[in-house]
Design a protein around this ligand. Structure first.
Ligand SMILES: *[C@@H]1O[C@H](CO)[C@@H](O)[C@H](O)[C@H]1NC(C)=O
Ligand SMILES: *[C@@H]1O[C@H](CO)[C@@H](O)[C@H](O)[C@H]1NC(C)=O
Ligand SMILES: *[C@@H]1O[C@H](CO)[C@@H](O)[C@H](O)[C@H]1NC(C)=O
Ligand SMILES: *[C@@H]1O[C@H](CO)[C@@H](O)[C@H](O)[C@H]1NC(C)=O
Ligand SMILES: *[C@@H]1O[C@H](CO)[C@@H](O)[C@H](O)[C@H]1NC(C)=O
Ligand SMILES: CC(=O)N[C@H]1CO[C@H](CO)[C@@H](O)[C@@H]1O
Length: 397
């Protein structure tokens, strides 16, 4: 009996310790990058380099704007002119947006030294620059596709609900919200105990119709990446969509939705995509398949707990950290204790568990980057039961 209690307490301690240590780890999550390797390079301390440094430092000082978006042109003389923008996710707090832009600004220079055109994707923001202007034109390359490997119970009904909900929020996002962001989220009931969470967002330099076209194209890619999966996302430079069966964004008190537009924006180039159409082509040169391995996850949990025990120290809460995580997204302490006291409950894997990435044909730095990144699982969000692994496709330029 006594030993049983001890092991239960130990388990509780490990769980709490792990949760704390992981939540105070990386606050922003790097996803992927592209250096547009066919483009030209600049030399150190050239006028272009100076303009680029100015651009990135302006980004950091402008990252607390209300809209979470900023585009800037630096330099009057064309070969040395730098165009750039960043977009923070619509639910980012100012602190998270600043942290993401700061991290992305540093990382993009490390990942793409001397490149005149580059882009990085984070969970919380997108940042890109180039020697030629790309404002106002929607772009779908390089595309990043990520999926949650869990299967849904009724895939046909699920994909239909997903398609309808996504189309709805694409229109809402394109028309903009009250804060001036092109951002929309929606929650719908899938089953009595499963809620579908959806998100769509565009950069603010796009027109209403270009934003909607971009989002519809991203939505049309969901069946090919994520058919029947519990979660998925398609990230383009100009817009992105994501869905999960858990709350992955901060749910704010919603203002009433704007009146539906009297006239739907006309969709241009791509034919009106339907979720039923199975996208076949992948625009990718690199396919990275991530597989969740429960064994690895359990090991990581165990090892993490062990490290915690060995490095037991009074843990200070960091005020900024506290602000970032919406407490409503976390399981309550009572829920955790209940889980641990119920003998039938098994501890489930955290959301971003260790993953294996299997590079296909051409393995490059991207693969290494993702591997090293995934070696430190960062379940910042709260529902401990969701696995998140990914297949990602980065398109070449
Ligand atoms: C930007 O660089 C590319 C080569 O990478 C070049 O073809 C293009 O003309 C440059 N754009 C401008 C506006 O200088
Ligand atoms: C934003 O960046 C510009 C430079 O482009 C700078 O002049 C301005 O002060 C920055 N805004 C803030 C709020 O720092
Ligand atoms: C930002 O993008 C808009 C829309 O394309 C453009 O009109 C504006 O000139 C850009 N601002 C800067 C500072 O480049
Ligand atoms: C999902 O279904 C596929 C085949 O339909 C199967 O190979 C895969 O293992 C399932 N994934 C999970 C996490 O159950
Ligand atoms: C979703 O389900 C919950 C409880 O099951 C219910 O309270 C809520 O009204 C439902 N929402 C919608 C939009 O049907
Ligand atoms: C013009 C040019 O340099 N094209 C190259 C772009 O990069 C791909 C590989 O990513 C090469 O195959 C092309 O030759």
């Amino acid at each position: 009996m006594a030993s049983f209690d001890i092991s239960r307490n130990l388990l509780l301690y490990i769980f709490v310790c792990l949760t704390l240590s992981l939540s105070s780890e990386a606050a922003v999550v790097f996803l992927d990058y592209d250096c547009y390797s066919n483009t030209t390079t600049y030399t150190r301390n050239s006028p272009f380099h100076r303009n680029l440094k100015f651009l990135l430092s302006s980004f950091q000082s402008n990252s607390t704007r209300q809209t979470g978006f900023y585009n800037l042109t630096v330099g009057q003389h064309p070969p040395d002119t730098v165009y750039g923008l960043f977009l923070c996710r619509g639910d980012d707090t100012k602190e998270i947006c600043r942290e993401c832009v700061t991290s992305a600004s540093k990382r993009i220079l490390q990942l793409c030294p001397n490149r005149k055109t580059a882009l990085v994707y984070y969970d919380e923001c997108t940042l890109r620059y180039s020697n030629s202007s790309f404002f106002s034109a929607w772009e779908m390359q390089p595309a990043l596709e990520l999926l949650n490997t869990g299967n849904v119970s009724q895939p046909d009904r699920f994909m239909k609900l997903l398609g309808n909900t996504m189309k709805e929020i694409a229109t809402l996002a394109a028309n903009g919200d009250q804060l001036g962001k092109k951002y929309a989220t929606k929650e719908v009931n899938f089953t009595s105990f499963q809620t579908l969470y959806t998100l769509a967002q565009c950069t603010l330099d796009l027109s209403v119709s270009d934003c909607e076209t971009c989002l519809q194209t991203a939505i049309a890619n969901l069946p090919s990446c994520c058919e029947g999966k519990e979660g998925g996302r398609v990230v383009f430079p100009s817009c992105n969509v994501r869905y999960e069966l858990y709350p992955f964004y901060r749910i704010s008190a919603k203002p009433p939705p704007p009146p539906s537009p009297t006239q739907k924006p006309v969709l241009h180039s791509p034919p009106s995509p339907t979720l039923q159409s199975k996208g076949k082509k992948k625009m990718s040169s690199t396919t990275i398949i991530a597989i969740v391995v429960p064994v690895v996850v359990s090991f990581v949990i165990f090892a993490g707990g062990l490290v915690c025990l060995l490095t037991r120290k009074p843990k200070k809460y960091d005020a900024v950290e506290q602000e970032k995580e919406d407490p409503t997204l976390r399981p309550s302490m009572a829920a955790i204790v209940l889980m641990l006291n119920s003998f039938s409950v098994t501890l489930q894997a955290p959301q971003r568990p260790a993953t294996f990435l299997i590079p296909s044909n051409n393995s490059n730095s991207l693969v290494n980057e993702l591997v090293s990144d995934s070696s430190s699982p960062t379940p910042r969000k709260s529902v401990p039961s969701v696995n998140e692994a990914s297949i990602s496709d980065m398109a070449p330029r």
